[in-house]
Design a protein. Structure first.
Length: 204
């Protein structure tokens, strides 16, 4: 039967596949580059699927790379690097929910307390370990423990009569409001970006 219906061409630019979702989360692939046509395309897809992507990866004190690229600049923020992302959001913004802040504080407090165990040490490299004060400061740096919490918890230990530590300048915040990382060349996989984790452990 004849029909006078007209077919409408719809843009497919704002659809999202798995590769694009991963890029919005972790950044472009280092070997193959971006899977978006251009930055405008990436932005369009991010804001269309923002809520979905934030539900998946905007938690535990972290945010997708697209959030840092398209939303953080409006708040005067630049991506500080994966290693310091959580402390940057905790210390310098009101972005995190109360639940996220409590979760981060609890995790940091466990690491802080663990570093005072009698046999705590950090394995710097094969055959080289450190313990005591040096191990504690290195571990706090590695777990990205914010300096204000270090100061607070050291003061609490001092009030309880525990031995205090002298402040160390190398635990100062490594985050500022200036660009620190080029998002286009940020790791395509944050959990495989090549950072070497000092192995902190208790001697058995």
């Amino acid at each position: 039967m004849p029909t006078n219906r007209k077919y409408l061409r719809r843009s497919h630019r704002a659809t999202m596949n798995a590769q694009q979702a991963q890029e919005l989360w972790l950044g472009p692939n280092r070997n193959f580059g971006s899977c978006f046509k251009d930055d405008a395309h990436r932005r369009e897809v991010w804001f269309r699927y923002r809520d979905e992507l934030m539900r998946q990866w905007g938690s535990h004190g972290r945010r997708p790379l697209a959030w840092w690229q398209f939303e953080a600049p409006e708040k005067g923020l630049r991506f500080p690097g994966y290693a310091h992302e959580r402390s940057a959001l905790y210390e310098f913004t009101d972005i995190l929910s109360a639940e996220e802040r409590a979760e981060l504080e609890a995790g940091w407090r466990r690491e802080f307390d663990r570093s005072f165990d009698e046999h705590f040490f950090v394995n710097l490299e094969p055959g080289k370990i450190c313990s005591g004060e040096e191990a504690r400061w290195r571990h706090w740096l590695f777990v990205d423990l914010p300096p204000p919490l270090v100061d607070k918890w050291l003061a609490e230990r001092e009030q309880r009569g525990c031995v205090d530590l002298e402040p160390r300048v190398d635990l100062e915040p490594r985050v500022d409001l200036e660009p620190r990382v080029d998002l286009e060349t940020e790791a395509a996989s944050a959990d495989a970006e090549g950072e070497v984790e000092p192995r902190a452990a208790r001697a058995s």
